[in-house]
Design a protein around this ligand. Structure first.
Ligand code: FA5
Length: 352
């Protein structure tokens, strides 16, 4: 009797432990516990029957039965922990999920409107055969001004209110600044390569100026430069017309006017007709009643600039332009204040 009881305790323990490993939720664990360890459970019933054995056998088989009970209880606890650690869905939890509720929206990131429009602009020029290069935002006075025909003390420096870097060189000068435009890349690129040159430079620029609906103190520009034999003003106009057509479509009007930049001759600026009032509102805060919004400055590269980088001005001519992507995005999407771009208001950013 004692031997067969001992065998059935061992067999039952093995079976119970094997079953336990198959269980995957709290409800199944509870059923298992009741089945083996409950008041009428299999092991409990065997242990209760020990009273019929003599004292010696009772002690022996009783110890075996108590060990089996402890093993099953430990196994039950361990499996319970494994189930909750593995994050297996409890039946009780499943019952709490209401599958008829609408799902939670997944929040995904998106490209900033400036990035989107920068890509559109550079794509338009890449389609016309331009390559893309980038340059440093912390720049030397040498490239930002000197190489562009704007020496120390030149009044044109006032056109770009400059943020200077607090670094003083051995001569006691502050030669480093946050670039005020992307034009320094004209000189950097031409210094490093021979014509033909045909490239665009997207990047961030900084100016120490008050902000308003069309002016930010940090914004972006895309510089364009083409230098080769026989390039004329007609090439400049043709390129910029094609650009405007690709970005704004054939409906928007384009206007060129004479403008002054020391590094081009002749110089122009290009405007697009005002999307907001189309020239009908003298109080319009976008175009201030003029009917036009300036989007870029341009011109034929000044011979001084070509000579400064060692190009033969008898042989080569070129055109350059610098355009403002935020102004272009304003026109494209009807944005009435440039300050929306960098105020981090999600209600604005989520519209793009
Ligand atoms: C320049 O910065 C010249 N480097 C452009 C250039 C390049 C002329 C090559 C000739 C040849 P300007 O300061 O006008 O020029 O700026 C060019 C464009 O940047 C403007 O037409 C406008 O679209 C944009 N822009 C200028 N200032 C701001 C500002 N404060 N906020 C936003 N956009 C601006």
């Amino acid at each position: 009797m004692s031997q067969s009881t001992a065998q059935s305790i061992e067999g039952l323990t093995q079976t119970a432990l094997t079953e336990l490993l198959q269980l995957e939720n709290a409800e199944a664990l509870e059923q298992w516990r009741v089945h083996y360890l409950g008041r009428r459970g299999e092991l409990t019933t065997i242990l209760r029957g020990l009273s019929q054995l003599d004292l010696e056998q009772r002690r022996e088989v009783g110890a075996l039965g108590n060990r089996a009970k402890a093993t099953l209880e430990e196994g039950l606890e361990r499996r319970g922990q494994e189930i909750s650690e593995a994050g297996l869905v409890q039946v009780a939890d499943l019952e709490r999920i209401d599958v008829t509720l609408p799902g939670r929206p997944i929040t995904t990131g998106r490209l900033h409107p400036t990035t989107q429009v920068l890509r559109e602009i550079t794509d338009a020029f890449v389609a016309m055969g331009f390559s893309i290069v980038e340059g440093p935002e912390v720049e030397w006075d040498h490239y930002n001004f000197e190489m562009l025909n704007i020496p120390q003390g030149h009044p044109a420096r006032d056109m770009w209110n400059t943020l200077w870097v607090d670094y003083v060189n051995e001569e006691g000068q502050r030669p480093m600044l946050l670039r005020t435009h992307t034009s320094p890349m004209q000189a950097r690129v031409m210094e490093s390569m021979e014509p033909p040159v045909r490239l665009v430079v997207p990047g961030k620029v900084y100016r120490y100026e008050a902000t308003d609906a069309t002016h930010e103190w940090h914004f972006h520009q895309v510089e364009g430069l083409a230098v080769d034999e026989g390039i004329t003003f007609a090439d400049l106009k043709g390129t910029l017309y094609e650009f405007a057509r690709q970005i704004f479509g054939a409906r928007r009007q384009v206007r060129f006017r004479c403008d002054y930049f020391p590094f081009v001759e002749p110089g122009v600026d290009m405007s697009i007709d005002c999307f907001s009032c189309e020239g009908t509102d003298s109080g319009c805060r976008i175009c201030r009643g003029s009917g036009w919004i300036e989007i870029l400055g341009a011109g034929m590269v000044h011979p001084y600039v070509l000579r400064a980088v060692g190009y033969d001005t008898e042989k080569y001519t070129g055109f350059a332009f610098g355009l403002g992507p935020e102004r272009i995005a304003m026109l494209k999407y009807g944005i009435d204040d440039i300050r929306h771009f960098y105020s981090n208001d999600l209600r604005f950013l989520r519209q793009f």
